[in-house]
Design a protein around this ligand. Structure first.
Ligand code: NAP
Length: 278
């Protein structure tokens, strides 16, 4: 049976030491989250971020807007937060309503307060092999998890299923920086199973239950980023956990794998941005 990549346990360990560090600061780091609309999942995510932040001594503020908010109002608020010295980290919870340009909103965030690492400045730095102010939270969390279990990346074939800007693309670059050989797959990839079978490390970030045991090389490491509710309302990942855990050497569960590591990275990034202002 595969070893479980326990994100929940690692989250507790990292946040405990982060709290001690924050306790030592005279001023506290601060994180501001902007939430637009009434998406129940987004509300839960944002509240969890606030609860976690406050538990470890980060000042956290949620600014909410109805989905009728205009793009200009949102841009003006971000401009205001950019100028506010008491705000170290700004996060705009996605998705945004259709009438608002996600790109324009993200572009407005000062890269030095861009806690998700999504602005073109930070993305560009990452893709040009330079150091961004911070690295995107989910890929950063995945690397922290693999490092915790001493899973070597150098020379390994990493197959990433999913090419979004929040997971697949930045993760591919971060893996390349660690000297892995990276293949990215997506919905137009032909013969997905032939490619996944060559993976030493498989990361799936799709949002559908698509990874079966027969698609894997025995002993590979499996990281399941996907999270969604199935028809019965149960939380599921992309991976057929029961069968894959008999074939893989390591596997991250859903829930309790990558999810807790994403929130941990958000806290780490907030503190890193704060420290850069000291
Ligand atoms: P996304 O933007 O919808 O991207 C999904 C990706 O999967 C796309 O690149 C898409 O290809 C690809 N895809 C879809 N169907 C496919 C198929 N049959 N075969 C191969 N590739 C396929 O999603 P996302 O924002 O990256 O999120 C992906 C999943 O991860 C979601 O379940 C999300 O909830 C979860 N997530 C979890 C965390 C966490 O912290 N645990 C963080 C972020 C996201 P195309 O590009 O061709 O459309």
């Amino acid at each position: 049976m595969a070893v479980i990549l326990d994100g929940k346990k690692l989250k507790e360990k990292i946040l405990e030491s982060l709290k001690i560090k924050i306790d030592g600061f005279t001023k506290k780091p601060s994180l501001t989250v902007i939430l637009v609309g009434n998406d129940p999942a987004s509300r839960i995510y944002v509240n969890n971020k606030k609860i976690t932040a406050e538990k470890i001594g980060i000042n956290s503020d949620i600014i909410t807007y109805p989905s009728s908010v205009t793009e200009d109002e949102l841009l003006e608020k971000i401009h205001e937060l950019n100028k506010d010295d008491n705000v170290n980290a700004i996060l705009v919870q996605l998705p945004l309503p259709e009438h608002i340009s996600k790109e324009k909103v993200i572009n407005m965030i000062n890269p030095q307060k861009d806690v998700d690492g999504f602005t073109p400045y930070n993305f560009g730095k990452l893709f040009s092999g330079e150091k961004p102010f911070v690295y995107p939270c989910t890929p950063k969390g995945i690397l922290l998890l693999l490092d915790e279990y001493n899973i070597e990346l150098e020379g390994k074939h990493v197959v990433i299923v999913g090419r979004s800007n929040i997971v697949g693309k930045p993760l591919s670059q971060m893996m390349l920086n660690r000297n892995a050989t990276v293949t990215i797959c997506h919905s137009h990839t032909k013969n997905l199973a032939e490619i996944t079978k060559t993976a030493d490390i498989l990361v799936s970030a799709v949002g559908e239950n698509i990874i079966e045991g027969k698609m894997l090389k025995p002993g590979c490491v499996v990281v399941d980023v996907g999270i969604f509710k199935d028809a019965a309302g149960r939380t599921r990942g992309d991976v057929d956990f029961e069968n894959v855990s008999k074939i893989a050497s390591y596997i991250s569960p859903v829930p309790g794998g990558v999810g807790p590591m994403t929130i941990t990275s958000l806290m780490l990034n907030t503190v890193e941005l704060f420290e850069k202002t000291l």
